[in-house]
Design a protein around this ligand. Structure first.
Ligand code: ADP
Ligand code: MG
Length: 933
């Protein structure tokens, strides 16, 4: 590898025969037997080093692909496959994409799961010729384009982070320390978090990385783990992230690497998070080094995040609640889609990130809510802010492109515009916000100080940049007139020479008497004199032949040059070159000026995004009549007039009947309300909607937003679980009873007293008695052992009998009325179990023959009789969970909890404050375990 990758070696994961990687891998065939041409030899050598990627081999204005690369790319891009020359006796398949349009092709290839190595000509062809007529121009791979290393706007979703994540694992299962580091190459954002192996899938589900780096050691550790084994495989199946590898890095090297890139303080800070975090960060750096070659990588110092700060939402819950996309796929109809009214790209990314990582620290949430409140209370101000923000381009990504030297004049302009919006906002907001505006206070004053500090830069950019700008600096013409005297002079000379040429044309026309004589320009001849064929002879005779030199005879015209014209042409081109060189130099200076102010600009980008999110959430809350949630440290969940934001929006859009708001009252402590609600009611009555809406209320509240309810009191929730029984889970297509049980197991093993659990028709996917028994035992376990807030919807009416035996469980049902012979769903939740006769009732309404429904009623009555005689009593008499919970299970659990917590403590690393917090937590754990004895 020509460009340093001292400790990182790229490798490919074993891939199935149909995967893009594998197709690409076969492309490099060793040249055996007859000798390849020098160019083919160069191609094969480069391809040999990049077997896992499609090789874009630059030839003139095209990137060419050969062999299997060409076959794969032609199919993926739907372009023509041709052949060129022969290699080992066979024609070489080939296809190409024009250099100027390469981005759109790249986008499609990346989307299809390929990685692409960009191989450029790295010397002037004239240089190569000096080595001999047959010498091949030197070429090198300058960049490996992968899903996680993009920074071009055209290849990115403006509203989504584009994370690449790296895993690290230290120690042996089950005691292994895991960590994930993640970075966004398009903004320079870099983060890391330690986590235990069980929490890894949820963290990845939250980040939704486009690419995951899995070092060899981690691949092995994952294969050994029952929970992680399928993770990478599954994600690939779903068109999920690209999986890449790097060679293993030692902890020592990792620490050195991070110290070298970000300083000792950063290394030591990360070390406090555990060695695995250090390692994960180093894997990201190693991968960038191995894939980005000459590109200057510009990541910010990694920020460590603590697991406990963020509400845990596993992948199934996110999918199930349709946070980012609906079960059927599109973003439209998801919670994010309904929630997001931001007006900037940075704001949209921040909002999505907050939705996907709600907080668990009350003070932090209140800080966000205060910010929303401030805009709620000042609607005109908020509207003005949103109008100003609309003019702010994507500052973070523009800045980062300049930092990695892939920026252009339009990025500089984007920064100027963003600074302008920030200055305007700062002036408009300072002194106008109420004292208590939460997180906005710091952001607004930051905007003020940064804008003031940046005013020089802003002015300079305003003066420097022209109004219309080319995408690339090398196209020139972007520096405004009057900015640089030298540039003005060079441009003047260039334009002056053009006028002289026009004058020369007039003079030649007069002197020769050929009125149609023109001075033209083309790529082959440069400037030349063009006369109609009929009059060409005149110039080849005296006296003109001494001045006009014949160059070319065409069907309709004859072309000449003169010494004077050649001299002028030289002047023009020299002036043009001087102007362009000056412009490039000025661009470099402007970039340097911008990057020198990077910290302030980063501050602006963050401030603008936070202001946008706060104003957008206030806008939403005002438009939809949402209220500020009240947060508590206890375990209540008391909602009045709660609504499902997405269903409500959909009903309104379809001009259907309005959404019916419903209350929900739970309290894990069992004081204000029961801890568990068992919801029954016929199909289509609104059970699933009610369950999900309450989970969404918790998430929306803790992300720091107002909520769709009349009143909401929420004791902080540390994780939300949402599961749907297999029969309802059609959209995922692989719904089997096994999946349902695996997911239920995850809840029962993972939920703690602060969780909110939503179980919708669990136990449907199997035989009735199986299903009923499992649902029964699950309810008991959640109620008796975990004791968390739970909503449980079921079609097993038998379960309603449990309310008599479990004092923290209450029945609720969906109200239904019969009206003019029609069954009407009122969508209202009322207390008490549902009347169970609706199934047959619905069948009657549907027109089933009278004999059948009569017979059904008869059978039902008999079944109920039998049930009352034996089944019901029997179930009540069974020792089920209560008995066993007294003995081993509870004992084991109790030891588990307190011991596990103790074992994880590291007293040497704790502040006195943290130690005290821990004491309280341990006490709470012990209390809870005692309560379940
Ligand atoms: P279930 O789970 O009981 O079968 P769903 O929750 O799937 O019922 O709801 C069925 C349909 O009823 C929804 O698609 C929605 O259109 C409507 N619906 C549900 N809840 C409400 C409500 N609170 N107000 C108005 N319409 C509702
Ligand atoms: Mg349902």
């Amino acid at each position: 590898m020509p460009h340093g990758a001292p400790f990182a070696k790229l490798k490919t994961m074993s891939a199935s025969a149909t995967s893009p990687e594998n197709t690409a891998a076969k492309a490099a065939k060793p040249a055996m037997g007859d000798k390849p041409t020098p160019m083919m030899a160069q191609y094969l050598a480069i391809k040999q080093a990049h077997q896992d990627a499609l090789l874009f081999y630059r030839m003139g204005d095209f990137y060419e692909l050969f062999f299997d690369d060409a076959v794969a790319a032609a199919a993926a891009l739907d372009i023509t496959l041709t052949h060129r020359g022969k290699h080992l006796g066979a024609a070489v398949p080939m296809c190409g994409v024009p250099y100027h349009a390469s981005e759109s092709y790249l986008q499609r290839l990346i989307k299809a799961g390929f990685r692409v190595a960009i191989c450029e000509q790295t010397e002037d062809p004239a240089e190569a010729k000096k080595r001999g007529a047959k010498a091949v121009v030197r070429r090198e791979v300058v960049r490996l384009v992968t899903a996680g290393t993009l920074n071009e706007d055209s290849l990115l979703d403006a509203k989504a982070d584009n994370f690449i994540a790296a895993l690290a694992c230290r120690g042996k299962a089950p005691k292994a320390d895991w960590a994930v580091a993640w970075a966004d190459m398009s903004t320079g954002g870099f983060f890391a978090s330690a986590c235990n192996g069980d929490a890894l899938p949820a963290l990845l589900a939250r980040l939704r990385p486009r690419e995951i780096i899995v070092p060899d050691a981690v691949t092995a550790a994952m294969a050994d783990s029952p929970t992680l084994g399928g993770l990478l495989h599954d994600s690939q199946e779903d068109g999920g992230p690209m999986i890449s590898t790097v060679g293993d890095v030692t902890s020592k090297l990792a620490a050195e690497k991070i110290a070298a890139d970000f300083g000792i303080a950063c290394r030591d800070g990360l070390a406090q998070e555990g060695a695995a975090v250090n390692l994960a960060c180093a894997h990201i750096l190693a991968y960038f080094e191995a894939t980005q070659y000459d590109t200057q990588i510009s990541l910010k110092a990694p920020q460590a995040e603590r697991d406990a700060q963020i509400m845990a939402l596993d992948a199934a819950t996110r999918t199930n609640l349709e946070l980012n996309r609906t079960l059927s796929g599109p973003r439209e109809g998801s919670l994010l889609h309904v929630l997001d009214t931001t007006v900037t790209a940075g704001g949209a990314r921040l909002l999505a990130s907050r939705l996907n990582s709600p907080l668990t620290f009350r003070e932090d949430i209140e800080g966000r809510l205060d910010a929303v409140q401030a805009f709620m209370d000042a609607p005109d101000l908020a509207d003005g802010v949103r109008a100003a923000l609309k003019t702010a381009p994507d500052l973070a990504r523009a800045l980062n492109r300049l930092a990695i030297l892939r920026g252009g004049p339009r990025d500089a302009q984007a920064i100027a515009l963003a600074m302008q919006a920030a200055t305007q906002l700062a002036a408009g907001l300072i002194n106008k916000m109420p004292e208590n505006c939460g997180e906005l206070a710091a952001q607004i004053s930051g905007l003020g100080t940064h804008s003031a500090a940046l005013s020089g830069l802003r002015q300079r950019l305003d003066e420097a940049l022209d109004d219309t700008l080319p995408l690339l600096a090398r196209d020139g013409g972007f520096i405004a007139a009057g900015f640089h005297p030298g540039l003005d002079e060079a441009r003047g000379l260039r334009d002056e020479s053009r006028r002289i040429i026009a004058a020369l044309q007039n003079r030649y026309a007069e002197e020769t008497g050929i009125k149609a004589l023109k001075i033209k320009h083309n790529g082959v001849l440069g400037y030349h004199i063009d006369v109609p064929a009929a009059q060409g002879d005149k110039l080849m005779q005296a006296p003109h032949e001494a001045v006009f030199i014949h160059r070319q005879t065409l069907a309709n015209s004859i072309r000449f040059s003169t010494a004077e014209l050649a001299e002028l042409a030289g002047q023009i081109s020299r002036a043009g070159e001087t102007a362009l060189a000056l412009e490039l130099q000025l661009f470099e200076q402007l970039s340097d000026d911008i990057l020198a102010a990077r910290d302030a600009l980063d501050g602006l980008a963050e401030g603008l995004a936070i202001i946008d999110v706060s104003a957008a959430l206030a806008h939403k809350a005002r438009a939809e009549n949402w209220v500020r949630p009240q947060l508590f440290d206890d375990k209540r969940f008391l909602i009045e007039g709660g609504r499902h934001p997405v269903v409500e929006t959909a009903l309104r859009r379809d001009a259907a009947a309005p959404f019916i708001a419903n209350p929900c009252a739970l309290d894990a402590a069992g004081q204000a309300a029961p801890r568990m609600s068992l919801l029954t009611g016929p199909n289509m009555a609104g059970k699933s909607t009610f369950l999900r809406q309450n989970a969404l209320l918790a998430i929306i509240a803790q992300m720091g937003s107002f909520v769709p309810a009349a009143k909401a009191e929420i004791g902080i929730i540390d994780r939300v679980y949402s599961r749907v029984g297999a029969a309802d889970d059609l959209a995922r297509g692989r719904s089997t009873f096994m999946v349902e049980m695996v997911e239920t197991a995850a809840i029962l093993n993972g939920a703690g007293p602060r969780a909110l659990v939503i179980l919708d028709e669990i136990g449907r996917g199997t035989a009735t008695f199986d299903g009923l028994s499992l649902a029964w035992a699950t309810v008991e376990y959640l109620h008796n052992v975990i004791g968390c807030r739970t909503l449980f919807a079921t079609h097993y009416h038998e379960l309603t009998a449990l309310a008599e035996r479990l004092d923290g469980l209450a029945n609720a049902s969906m109200k239904v009325r019969e009206h003019d012979g029609q069954l009407v769903f009122l969508h209202e939740v009322e207390s008490g179990a549902a009347d169970r006769s609706y199934g047959i009732h619905v069948a009657e309404l549907a027109g089933l023959p009278k004999n059948v429904t009569l017979r059904a009623r008869h059978v039902l009555a008999q079944l109920e009789e039998n049930d009352a005689a034996q089944g019901g009593d029997k179930l009540n008499a069974l020792p089920l969970f209560e008995a066993s919970s007294n003995s081993e299970a509870a004992q084991e659990r109790k030891q588990d909890h307190v011991r596990a917590a103790l074992a994880a403590l590291e007293p040497d690393r704790m502040s006195p404050r943290e130690a005290l917090d821990w004491l309280y937590q341990l006490q709470e754990l012990a209390d809870k375990d005692d309560a379940t004895d």
